[in-house]
Ligand binder design. Structure first.
Ligand code: ADP
Ligand code: MG
Length: 346
């Protein structure tokens, strides 16, 4: 496995499109690292620069302690899996897997052993003699992954490799991919626009917007302590409220005044929906808000509520432990824990 250091990477297309606007990023050896952001934020461009398929206008790139900014793709120990499988449809699975080894001049007998090994490893054993066009989408994506792994690169780049698959298959391959990465100890740089996928897979996540990095951190940091409103919204948060008045830990927003233990100095209050407790009826108390249930989505393991407090909306997620789940129209008390309140910047 290799570490990756990027410094001041800039990339423009034509005159007006700034794809990367100064990216500094350190990825550790053996890390499952994810680039997360909306379409057009520069994820693929960054990955192509790592692969050597695109040249940065400015900045430097060090892989495994070696400056590779000027090194051509085939001389980097980096391999890529793309969203579309890019397999040879007229060849068998075995021929597809052996292709890269053949290009490197490995003798046929050795190739055969190597293909059997990797096919076994990624549980494709009984498919190796089939033609690619006889396989399902999930099987093809597994083969694309096996083909990228077979040359044992120090770094594997994966550009939305699962986003063409349906939900069931996708979560199955997420688990498999994670298992393979941990077993091989290889550095993975994974691209996705799906925050759930990023949280499940990653040791660390970099959130990108408009060609710049907004935040780098472990999944819990990025979700629980987003540094700005963009990151918070992208991670799925809706409960963001401008603070109109502040006295120490007493924060006033459209919801009312709440006490926060260690809120930081941001101008927006973030309330995570799963930190809220709902009590039936009106219960007086500190950090209690009276609300009306406007919407209820029952999801079995939990339920999601849209609550109205005056003209303001608050989302709450409640674990289903067999206790009372309020109905639409019901009045409830929302209990907010001071230690769960954080603030962030716009
Ligand atoms: P993402 O993968 O996050 O969706 P990309 O890296 O593909 O984003 O694109 C970043 C920006 O650069 C977008 O505005 C995109 O239109 C532009 N872009 C990417 N590749 C090219 C190219 N080859 N020519 C012109 N513009 C490009
Ligand atoms: Mg892309």
């Amino acid at each position: 496995a290799s570490s990756i250091e990027m410094q001041g990477l800039h990339k423009r297309f034509g005159r007006d499109t700034v794809a990367l606007d100064g990216v500094d990023l350190d990825i550790r050896a053996g890390e499952f690292f994810t680039l997360l952001g909306p379409s057009g934020c520069g994820k693929t461009t960054l990955l192509r620069i790592l692969a050597g398929l695109e040249e940065p206008d400015d900045g430097s790139l060090v892989v495994g302690g070696k400056n590779v900014t000027e090194v051509p793709p085939h001389r980097r120990s980096v391999n890529t899996v793309f969203q579309s499988y890019a397999l040879f449809p007229h060849l068998s699975v075995r021929e597809n897997l052996a292709f890269g080894l053949k290009m490197r001049g490995m003798p046929a007998a050795e190739r055969h052993v190597k293909v059997d090994e990797i096919a076994d490893f990624i549980k494709l054993g009984d498919l190796v003699d089939r033609h690619v066009d006889q396989l399902s989408g999930g099987q093809r994506q597994r083969i694309a992954l096996a083909r990228a792994l077979i040359c044992e690169p120090d770094v594997l780049l994966l550009d939305e490799p699962l986003s063409a698959l349906d939900a069931g298959l996708r979560s199955q391959l997420q688990v498999e991919l994670l298992r393979v990465q941990k077993r091989l100890g290889m550095t993975f740089v994974f691209v996705t626009h799906d925050q759930q996928e990023a949280m499940v897979m990653s040791d660390r996540i970099a959130v990108l917007n408009g060609g710049t990095i907004q935040q780098v951190g472990a999944p819990r940091e990025v979700y629980e302590r987003p540094v700005n409103a963009f990151v918070a919204r992208f991670m799925g948060h809706d409960n963001l409220y401008p603070i109109s008045n502040r006295q120490g830990g007493r924060l006033t927003t459209a919801l009312g005044t709440l006490t926060a233990e260690d809120p930081g100095d941001g101008e927006l209050l973030l309330i995570r929906p799963e930190t809220l407790d709902l009590l039936p009826g009106k219960v007086e108390g500190d950090n209690h808000l009276t609300a009306k249930v406007a919407e209820r989505l029952y999801r079995g393991s939990h339920a999601e509520f849209r609550l109205e407090i005056g003209d303001t909306t608050l989302q709450a997620t409640v674990n289903n432990r067999g206790r009372h789940l309020p109905e639409i129209g019901e009045t409830v008390t929302v209990a907010v824990a001071p230690e769960d309140l954080v603030t962030l910047h716009e």
